[in-house]
Design a protein around this ligand. Structure first.
Ligand code: PMP
Length: 285
């Protein structure tokens, strides 16, 4: 069945959901977006996603063409129009139509796109077996070049790293920052476990402030598991007892091998599995 897509101020059929070739979202990757899950018909952490979208937009001096409540309603209407029960929403705001120059300020009207569909990032068996990852040579954007907290339409930095993973047959790539500390995966946040404590790089080390990350930290703390934010090195990852990634699309997935080093007993660890379970309990509650 054809999807209904929200375009600017209304729902249209998928075939009518088109934007101009002069949209600066296309010409320059000038825009911001969110990926949001729907579980059992409920939109997961919608307020947190809208807040992050607004923060990203503010930093790049992009107006959001609707207030928070109207935007939340538009997202809900799009989910409803597509009868989406379990799925994935892509919410995009681009700079809009301009000319062939860079100047964003001549773009008078932002484009707003909401797609409600489905996503399966990894085959189900990988969640059981765990992922093999590599350390990427491509570093995460220098925070003084483009703050990694902005969820912008320009993902070339992450795409270059992802290509490294694909070339080497790995499921994901770990990206480091300009100082050599762990930043994040190409589309997920990084966690390790050592001595029963969970460690995770601070967002200032060069990662997106993941919404799944925040939920998983809350769930771990509720289980009285210590969660410490500190800079992590390649050594820390190699010698971790458990290793997992979090993200809207990936959810919570164990890592069992990095650069040929086996993590734990080569299967997703106990804390990883418990947090994955708690995550779904919370998401479906
Ligand atoms: N880092 C990057 C670069 C991402 O694109 C994402 C989202 N896919 C994440 C981390 C995870 O963030 P969230 O849990 O909010 O999806």
């Amino acid at each position: 069945m054809a999807l209904k897509v929200w375009l600017n101020d209304k729902l249209v059929d998928e075939e009518q959901a088109k934007i101009s070739v002069f949209d600066h979202g296309l010409l320059y990757g000038d825009g911001v977006f969110e990926g949001i899950r729907v579980y059992d018909g409920k939109i997961f952490e919608l307020d947190a996603h809208l807040k992050r979208l607004c923060d990203s937009a503010k930093v790049i001096r992009l107006g959001i063409p609707m207030d928070h409540n109207t935007l939340a309603q538009a997202v809900k209407k799009t989910v409803k129009a597509n009868n989406l029960v379990d799925g994935y929403i892509r919410l995009i705001v681009t700079r809009g139509i301009g000319d062939l120059g860079l100047n964003p300020l001549i773009c008078k009207q932002q484009s707003l796109i909401i797609i409600a569909a489905t996503i399966q990032l990894y085959p189900e068996e990988l969640y059981e077996k765990g992922l093999t990852v590599i350390s990427g040579a491509t570093i995460r954007n220098h925070p003084l070049a483009l703050p990694p907290q902005i969820k912008s339409l320009n993902y070339l930095n992450n795409i270059l790293a992802k290509i490294e993973a694909i070339d080497s047959g790995a499921g994901e790539v770990i990206m480091y920052n300009h100082l050599g500390y762990v930043a994040e995966a190409s589309g997920d946040n990084v966690f390790i476990v050592k001595g029963g404590v969970i460690y995770n790089p601070p967002v200032q080390s060069g990662s997106l402030e993941g919404i799944t990350r925040a939920v998983v930290i809350r769930l771990a703390k509720a289980k009285k598991i210590g969660v410490v934010q500190k800079d992590l090195t390649r050594f820390d990852l190699y010698t971790s007892e458990e290793f997992f990634l979090t993200g809207t699309a990936a959810e919570v997935i164990g890592v069992v091998n990095i650069d040929g080093r086996v993590i734990g007993d080569g299967k997703p660890g106990t804390i990883t599995k418990m947090l994955r379970e708690k995550f779904f309990e919370y998401a479906r509650a």
